[in-house]
Ligand binder design. Structure first.
Ligand code: SF4
Length: 383
């Protein structure tokens, strides 16, 4: 069984102690997001877990426990999302300098092949245009040279709840957000928030089995610990309404591909291969191959096996991940990134965190009084 920890929240940053309690107990529980009365129980014993994939913007709290994981024989790798966004997009991540330090420490400890840098989602906006990303990626790649050999990128998907959240930011600040277009989508003349039917609607991403909730987690801030507020043009800051948003242009395929190619060139010059993540925009013309986050090839390499692993049918069609069991829970990540697919609102996060019990097998709440507990699940295994 591959354990995903987690696309739904940042376990290393906020729930490391809970995770270690589950390691010591040898099992964990997951509540069905669509049927809260149903809880599934999974073994977390080293002999039942092929590999753990951690997703984080801050692995620091987990670092002291890596010795324990190693001594018990767990295999793992990390997706480390490291962006350099204005505070309005990533309000609660640690300062960039701390995250860069954590990245380097983790890489020194786990090995660079087990730490994947994610620069995603790429948010195109009036304060983060293409030039912004090119400048930031160049800076980050230089700081991370020698500490990873893989960069994963993806562009923001305008799912319903993300769209609504960004719309509120637009109303408050005048910042415009742009929807990147794929080749063939040039006919969509209006992007951003103006057409309800645009984008993926409720949620085309993540657990396609999940419907209203999306499965992707990730990270970041500003340069060298100094956060900068986005510069809001005076005329826009007064507008407050959504008329500016309605007029917000999409970004043409040519610009999207040029940005992707620029990122690839920079990353390659720093010794990194660049892959896309479940990207509906075909980035191959920019020299970027589609990748897999729960990556069967990397898992086989780390595990020293050549066994085949089934594709995860619960993910979006464009996703190339193999099957895994996600141990996290939605609406629990305190990073509260503006573009997050896994959080609904600050209020729902607060409510769930109030129900977090570090010794419970569930991340939120306890198993007491559950309607249905399903034991002895047998997910696919390499063994
Ligand atoms: S708020 Fe969402 S995008 Fe940000 S770190 Fe948490 S799970 Fe990832």
């Amino acid at each position: 069984m591959i354990v995903s920890a987690s696309r739904r929240t940042d376990i290393p940053a906020f729930f490391s102690k809970w995770f270690v309690e589950r390691v010591k107990a040898g099992y964990f529980c997951v509540r069905n997001p669509f049927n809260p009365g149903q809880v599934k129980v999974y073994s977390l014993l080293p002999e039942d877990v092929d590999l753990i994939v951690f997703w984080t913007k801050n692995p620091q709290p987990l670092l002291p426990y890596l010795d324990l994981l190693d001594s018990l024989g767990y295999r793992y790798y990390f997706h480390f999302t490291l962006n350099d966004y204005p505070e309005i997009l990533e309000p609660r991540v640690p300062p960039l300098s701390q995250r860069l330090d954590a990245f380097r420490k983790l890489s020194d400890r786990a090995g660079k092949e087990r730490v994947i840098w994610r620069y995603d989602p790429i948010v195109l906006s009036s304060v983060t245009p293409s030039e912004y990303h090119l400048e930031r990626v160049q800076n980050l790649a230089e700081h991370l040279t020698g500490y990873t050999d893989r960069l994963v990128i993806s562009f923001l998907d305008f799912y319903g709840k993300v769209k609504r959240r960004l719309k509120r930011i637009s109303q408050a600040t005048g910042i415009e957000f742009y929807e990147p277009l794929a080749v063939g989508d040039e006919g969509k003349m209006s992007g951003g928030f103006c057409e309800d039917g645009m984008g993926a609607g409720a949620c085309g991403q993540g657990g396609t089995t999940v419907g209203i909730l999306c499965d992707r987690g990730t990270s970041a801030g500003i340069r060298d610990g100094t956060r900068t507020a986005p510069q809001v043009p005076a005329d826009r800051s007064r507008s407050a309404g959504i008329s500016g948003v309605k007029r917000a242009p999409v970004r043409a395929p040519g610009e999207v591909l040029k940005l992707a190619e620029g990122i690839r060139n920079m990353a390659e010059s720093c010794g990194m291969e660049v892959y896309s993540c479940a990207e509906t925009i075909d980035l191959r013309p920019a020299g970027i191959k589609p990748g897999a986050c729960i990556d069967g090839n990397l898992i086989r390499k780390i595990s020293g096996t050549d066994r085949a692993m089934p594709k995860d049918k619960g993910q979006r069609p464009a996703c190339r991940c193999v099957e895994s069991v996600d141990m996290g829970a939605y609406n629990t990540c305190s990073h509260q990134c503006a573009y997050c697919y896994a959080n609904h609102s600050a209020a729902s996060i607060e409510k769930n965190l109030g129900r977090h019990v570090p010794t419970s097998p569930l991340l939120v709440g306890t198993c007491d009084g559950q309607v249905e507990i399903i034991h002895d699940l047998k997910p696919s295994s390499l063994k």
